[in-house]
Design a protein around this ligand. Structure first.
Ligand code: IMP
Length: 423
C-alpha cells in the first residue's frame, strides 16, 4: 500500500503520532513539501522526539526515510536534527535519503523572510525559517539545489549570481549589509560534505520500491488550509500541502497512490495569523490551550484554539480524497459541558454549507453551531471504541457524518498506546 497522510485543518493535527503508528508497517516514509517550519512530536514511553525535516519513521529499524525533491532543506538545521536524534540513540545512516533535487535554504532566505514580514501590513505569522523565499528562488529558477553543494564549481557560480542580485536588494530595500561570498561558500560546501552520504536520486529509489512491492508512506507537513493554492491565502505556507503535493514533491506517479488518510484534531487550532471562524473566546481558549498543550513544536508560539469546523474539514476531505480519518486529542475535550461543531457559515444573510472559496475573506463569516453534550469523564484509558462514553461516541459520529469520511483511528493521549482503532 502506498498511503498519503495529510492534515485536514491548519497543521498541528497530530500527524506525527499517526505517522509513527503507521510507519511500523511501511518500508519507506517520505517528506515531500515544506521544510523545518514543520514540527512532528512522537512520544514513546515518556521519551519525546521532535522532528522538523527527518521523517519520524527513523525511530523504527529497517525503514528508509526520504526527504523528497519538493522539500526545502536548511542543511544547518538538518545536521543539528541528525545530531540531536543521534544523542537520543536514534540510528541515522543509510536509512536516510535526501533527493539531490531538493532546494537549499541559505541565510539570506531566513533573513528575508523576517524582513518582509516586518514590513507587511497584514502579517502572515511566518515561522521565519526561510521557507517562502527559498520557494520563490526555486520558481524564479535561481535556486540552489542539494546536488550543487556537492559540486564546488556549480555552487560557486550559482552563489555568486545569487549574491550579486540579493546583496543589492538587501542594501536598497532593507538597509542590510548583505552577505560575504567566501564565508557562505565554505560553509555550504562543508554542509554538502557532511550530507553527501545521504544524497541520492530518490526517483530511482521509488522505482525500485514499486518493483519490490514495498509500501510507501508520504507524510504531509502543515495542513490543507495552509496550502499555497487551497489554503486561507495569503495566510498560508509556500508549498502544496494537500495530497496532490505528494506526487510532484516526491516524483511519484498518482496511479501508484492507494489511499489518502486525513488527520483532524477533535477541535481546531491554528498558529500564526489569518481568519479562523470558530476561534474560541479568550477564557475558554486559555483552558483548551492548557489541556491540549497547544504550543508550536517549532517556535513554541501559543496556538489559537477553536471548535471543530465541519465546513472546512468536509471541503478538505473532498479535495484530498481522504476517505478515512484519524481524530486526534479527543481527551482534550474531556472536561467540557457542551461541545460545539460548526456545520455551516452565514455570510451576508446567505447560508453556506459548502466551503465558500469565492467570498472575499473567511474572517467575515458567522459560524452556525450544533451543540453536543460533553462526557465529563476521562477517555485516556479507552483502548477500544466500546470503552468510550456514549456522548463521545455521539460526538465522533457527528464529526464523521458532517465530514463525509470514515473515522478509523481515535487518539486519546500522546503515547503510542493511547490509540483506538475502529475498523
Ligand atoms: P511559513 O511556512 O514558515 O512561512 O509560515 C506560514 C504560515 O504557516 C504561518 O502562519 C505559520 O504559523 C504556518 N505554519 C508553517 N508551518 C506550520 C506547521 O508545521 N504547523 C502549523 N502551522 C505552520
Amino acid at each position: 500500500m502506498n498511503i498519503i497522510l495529510i492534515g485536514l485543518q491548519w497543521g498541528d493535527e497530530g500527524k506525527g503520532k499517526i505517522i509513527d503508528f503507521l510507519s511500523k508497517d511501511m518500508d519507506y516514509i517520505v517528506r515531500y513539501q515544506g521544510g523545518n517550519n514543520a514540527g512532528h512530536t512522537v512520544v514513546i514511553k515518556d521519551k519525546m522526539y521532535i522532528f522538523h525535516l527527518i521523517p519520524s519513521g527513523v525511530l523504527y529499524k529497517n525503514k528508509t526515510c526520504v526527504i523528497g525533491n519538493g522539500v526545502v532543506v536548511d542543511p544547518q538545521a538538518l545536521i543539528e536534527e541528525i545530531k540531536t536524534l543521534e544523542k537520543q540513540k536514534v540510528y541515522i545512516g543509510n536509512n536516510l535519503k535526501i533527493s539531490s533535487l531538493a532546494h537549499v535554504i541559505f541565510p539570506y532566505h531566513k533573513i528575508l523572510d523576517k524582513l518582509r514580514e516586518s514590513k507587511r501590513t497584514f502579517k502572515i505569522g511566518t515561522t521565519g525559517r526561510g521557507i517562502g523565499p527559498c520557494y520563490v528562488d526555486k520558481f524564479s529558477r535561481c535556486g540552489i539545489r542539494i546536488k550543487d553543494l556537492l559540486c564546488p564549481e556549480n555552487l560557486k557560480e550559482k552563489l555568486k549570481d545569487n549574491l550579486s542580485e540579493k546583496n543589492d536588494v538587501f542594501k536598497k530595500a532593507f538597509g542590510h549589509p548583505g552577505f560575504k561570498f567566501e564565508e557562505l561558500y565554505k560553509e555550504y560546501l562543508a554542509y554538502g560534505n557532511m550530507l553527501k552520504k545521504y544524497i541520492t536520486n530518490t526517483s530511482i529509489l521509488f522505482a525500485k520500491a514499486l518493483k519490490a512491492k514495498d509500501s510507501i508512506l508520504f507524510e504531509g507537513a502543515q495542513g490543507t488550509f495552509l496550502d499555497i493554492d487551497f489554503g486561507t491565502y495569503p495566510f498560508v505556507t509556500s508549498s502544496n500541502s494537500f495530497s496532490g503535493g505528494a506526487c510532484t514533491g516526491a516524483g511519484f506517479a498518482p496511479v501508484y497512490i492507494d489511499k489518502v488518510i486525513g488527520v483532524v484534531k477533535a477541535y481546531t487550532t491554528r498558529v500564526g495569523e489569518g481568519p479562523f471562524p470558530t476561534e474560541l473566546d479568550e477564557k475558554l481558549m486559555g483552558c483548551v490551550r492548557e489541556w491540549g498543550k497547544e504550543y508550536g513544536a517549532t517556535t513554541g508560539r501559543p496556538r489559537r484554539c477553536g471548535w471543530f469546523d465541519a465546513v472546512m474539514v468536509r471541503f478538505a476531505v473532498l479535495l484530498n480524497g481522504a476517505k478515512e480519518m484519524a481524530v486526534m486529542k479527543l481527551d482534550v475535550l474531556d472536561n467540557l459541558e457542551t461541545i460545539k461543531v460548526c456545520t455551516a457559515y452565514k455570510y451576508k444573510n446567505k447560508l453556506f454549507k459548502e466551503y465558500p472559496q469565492e467570498i472575499g475573506s473567511l474572517d467575515k463569516v458567522k459560524p452556525i453551531y450544533k451543540d453536543f453534550p460533553g462526557w465529563r469523564t476521562s477517555t485516556r484509558g479507552a483502548r477500544e471504541f466500546k470503552d468510550l462514553p456514549k456522548q463521545a461516541k455521539n460526538y465522533l459520529k457527528a464529526i464523521e457524518d458532517l465530514s463525509c469520511s470514515k473515522i478509523k483511528m481515535i487518539s486519546v493521549g500522546s503515547s503510542r498506546e493511547e490509540t483506538i482503532l475502529k475498523y
